[in-house]
Design a protein around this ligand. Sequence first.
Ligand code: NAX
Length: 329
Amino acid sequence: MTTTITITGAGGQIGYALLFRIAAGDLLGPDEKVRLRLLEIPQGIAAAEGAALELQDGAFGLLQHVEVTDDPAVGFDGCDLALLVGARPRGPGMERADLLAANAGIFGPQGAAIAANAASGVRVTVVGNPANTNALIAAASADGLPAERFTALTRLDENRARAQLALALGTPVDTVRRVPIWGNHSATQFPDISHATVGGQPVHEALEQIVGDVPAWLESTFIPRVAKRGAEIIEVRGSSSVASAANAAIDHVRDWVRGTDDWTSAGVVSHGEYGVPEGLISSFPVRSVDGEWQIVEGLELSEWARARVDASVAELVEEREAVRSLGML
Ligand code: NAX
């Protein structure tokens, strides 16, 4: 079998990190051949073509074909998996409404091109920011495709949260489980440890031994650290998160296709779960079963957690309203 994978913004930083991992089999395993379509805007074509030359030089056994294009109809032709990475960054002096409008102008037409050209079972993952609302716009423009096929990446936030807990607890990261992100991929996101475990023990109990006042630690240290990690990386590295973002995108798509054995986080369409308004693409605790994300239902949220979820969801509602008022939804 060969899977066709389209990466938009393939000439950019995250695109560059993604391409080689996908070609090496990190996304779909060592037996699945891949065909890559690199979709760019004209200014990014040369960088994508350069990456395509390097892909040739990697002599990857699984890589069947690479195509570079600035035509969405060609880029999404027959596509099984789409990673929408290319987006309009916030420029100096740019208002939030301008940013939302500029991205609606990208993700609307891309959603339509996916519906018109991709394989009927296409699965779409939006990485480009504002990821949740961009996914919402793409889904709304994709006539005939269920909104469930459009997701936003919040796995990097979850990976960051699990890593911070592992550091605090002095334990390997794979022993820390069930740390969902709720809401928007933004500073309002809520990394939730209420149901988290470490080596099977509640994280809350384990943390108490180390930090004492857990609620205070969550408010003053953990949540801001996770939410502002992107800014910390920029400050230390002098450039935004790239390899960790590509890694999270690979985790997300791999789990979506192959399934999960526990909860993870993804921005998926709400059907009203946990009171999140229907149609929003919000991050939830999810499982992947038979190739579909399922929201983990029935979790108790404390009053404090509820307020955190509500604040982030309110931001998603505002973003949707802003795009609607521009007539772009
Ligand atoms: P770069 O600026 O390096 O690359 C973006 C690429 O997208 C450029 O090559 C540009 O030419 C291309 N592009 C722009 N508009 C396009 C369009 N309409 N069609 C196709 N390609 C287009 O950014 P990079 O560091 O790769 O980041 C990409 C996006 O990921 C940004 O929006 C960034 O904010 C977002 N991120 C999202 C994360 C998440 O967890 N959801 C984390 C990492 C990252 O911040």
